[in-house]
Design a protein. Structure first.
Ligand code: SAM
Length: 374
């Protein structure tokens, strides 16, 4: 197979688009015949100050190309007349073919083209090689190995890694003491990257999403990175025991969700779930939601809008205004001044929101009714 064809009715995460081709390798087909790729995410030991973008990008180039033999894209190859001038040329049909010059200091400059290659298919020899690679990664503490698919339909977006997951992971890595020893629930975990990072500091992480296929991928990623986390109970596959449900209600201190607000109905579902959980927990709980504000041109508006984001903001306001006597929510945006431990573009459309849910003391309600009846 020379090239993978991406159909136009699919979406591809920028995370996979921007990673170097050499690390974007197809390893197998999953049970529904989708190509599965493996990406390695290097976790920097010392986070980079996000105000120093130049340094981060410099580091990114080094990590992508430790031997300095990175293939340049065709566009970059064109630019070698010493002056940075690009010579236009004619294509086979005689049309003028003007290559796009990478913008200087642009965060997208220097990216490799993504050229997935089938390296191996399942066979005993390959499985042995896989074990050796896993062993290698096990030894390199600072590397996350994540299997994912590329260019999925909207229903399958959880099988890719999204920038929101990396932003949330960065936040966790920059504040490990906040989550240390706690019980955490992740909603819409997708490939499980954020949960895996969370498990390096939290005591227990409930990693949730929908769909057997996706959960199997997520489980595989957890086992690929088990050197970073404590092994979870084998238990019954993808189901909750009574003890776990009780533990969730009694002990969850944090709920996290990365890039789960891109469809109004799903966003409504998310906020209903958050409300139900927080008002049933026995403790107050803090929620962190990361997202990317995506702009789309719509024919209805004849303009660029960010509908999914606007809906998310409306849901936030409604939650904050809620006064049902059981639970109150305080909503604030978290400044993205925390360090960057993972390599991705922290574009200005990325946001992190903190929702603090406080249970109102039931005793007050009781007292009020006592007063009323006396
Ligand atoms: C764009 S993916 C993000 C995956 C991962 N958190 C990341 O950032 O890489 C969105 C995920 O959220 C899940 N999701 C969205 N809304 C949901 C809902 N209401 N209930 C359950 N899962 C939901 C989807 O199944 C999907 O896996």
């Amino acid at each position: 197979m020379d090239q993978i064809a991406f159909h136009h009715d699919t979406v591809l995460s920028d995370v996979h688009m921007h990673l170097p081709g050499a690390r974007h390798l197809m390893t197998r087909l999953n049970s529904v015949g989708q190509p599965v790729f493996v990406s390695r995410f290097k976790v920097l030991v010392e986070g980079h100050d996000n105000s120093d973008r130049g340094k981060v990008l410099d580091q990114k180039e080094k990590l992508n190309d430790p031997q300095g033999d990175t293939k340049t894209s065709p566009c970059q190859d064109e630019e070698k007349d010493g002056e940075g001038n690009v010579e236009p040329f004619l294509d086979e049909d005689g049309d003028l073919d003007v290559p796009h010059r990478p913008r200087e200091n642009s965060a997208v400059g220097g990216r490799d083209l993504v050229c997935p290659v089938i390296l191996k298919q399942s066979s005993p020899v390959i499985e042995l090689e896989e074990c050796e690679e896993e062993e290698e990664d096990r030894c390199s503490e600072g590397v996350l190995r994540i299997e994912h698919t590329m260019a999925t339909t909207l229903e399958d977006v959880g099988k890719q890694v999204w920038r929101g997951a990396l932003l949330l992971a960065d936040f966790i890595l920059s504040k490990p003491e906040l989550f240390r020893g706690s019980t955490v629930l992740e909603l819409g975990a997708g490939t499980g990257l954020t949960s895996i990072i969370m498990a390096t500091t939290a005591t227990r992480v409930y990693c949730t999403d929908v769909g057997e296929d996706l959960l199997r991928l997520c489980k595989r990623n957890i086992s690929l990175n088990k050197h970073k986390t404590e092994p979870a109970d084998a238990g019954v596959e993808f189901s909750w025991t009574e003890e776990e449900v009780a533990d969730l209600y009694d002990n969850t201190r944090f709920i996290v969700a990365a890039d789960v607000c891109y469809d109004d109905d799903l966003t409504d579902g998310l906020f209903r779930t958050l409300y139900r959980l927080c008002s049933s927990f026995t403790h107050s709980c803090t929620i962190f939601i990361s997202l990317e504000k995506r702009m789309n041109f719509t024919l209805r508006h004849m303009d660029v809008t960010c509908q999914a984001y606007n809906h998310f903001r409306r849901c936030l306001s409604q939650l904050q205004d809620l006064s049902d006597g059981r639970c109150v929510f305080r909503v604030e945006q978290v400044p993205l001044s925390f360090s960057q431990f993972l390599l991705y573009e922290r574009i200005e459309q990325l946001e992190l929101w903190k929702l603090s849910a406080a249970l109102l003391p039931l005793v007050d309600v009781q007292l009020d009714s006592d007063l009323l009846s006396s």
